[in-house]
Ligand binder design. Structure first.
Ligand code: C2R
Length: 166
């Protein structure tokens, strides 16, 4: 029908609060750059458990993976992962404890409910988005090509910088 497989692939970006918006945008920027469809949701496992369940069920039916961003006592990625077998990529947000609270909450999951843990803040969100794209690229050659071109460009820009040093 002229549609590539990638046109159907979707990533959910979910955050625990609207105060996490900057981190959400860091993930979205990468997904948009690679032409990967995505939607953003805000919900809290602590504050809005029913909405969280509804969104997790949508992830299970409609999305290929979820990037879940949360700070403080970050239950949200684990709760989403409890409702779906789709890959959940957790991104901690910096806090008074430098984000270590969320980093530990996300990575120290009880056995049986896997959440992939990324670095704290925008860089973690960027890597989570790239990792989600790598998952999609397992079944999408066009996306794999885009990833390769992106890596080549990054290397090329460093070569140019080094040449400018003389
Ligand atoms: P507010 O700024 O709304 O007080 O939120 C959010 O991700 C945010 O980083 C402060 C922080 O609380 C986090 N939060 C969670 C959850 N709900 C909100 N970690 C949850 O259910 O896991």
């Amino acid at each position: 029908m002229g549609l590539r497989k990638g046109d159907f692939m979707k990533i959910a970006i979910i955050a625990g609060s609207k105060s996490d918006r900057e981190i959400m945008d860091a993930a979205k920027e990468i997904l948009d750059k690679f032409g990967v469809k995505n939607s953003m949701f805000i919900t809290s496992a602590h504050r809005s458990p029913n909405l969280t369940k509804e969104i997790a069920e949508r992830v299970d039916k409609e999305y290929d993976a979820a990037i879940v961003i949360a700070g403080l006592s970050a239950a949200l990625p684990g709760v989403i992962a409890a409702y779906t077998q789709k890959p959940v990529l957790g991104v901690p947000v910096a806090s008074d404890l430098m984000g270590l609270d969320a980093l530990f909450s996300i990575t120290q999951m009880p056995g049986g409910v896997p959440v992939a843990g990324f670095g704290i803040g925008k860089k973690g969100a960027k890597n989570a988005a790239l990792f989600a794209i790598r998952i999609l690229a397992l079944n999408d050659k066009t996306l794999l090509e885009k990833l390769n071109n992106n890596s080549k460009k990054e290397e090329e820009s460093l070569r140019e910088l080094n040449e400018s040093f003389g």
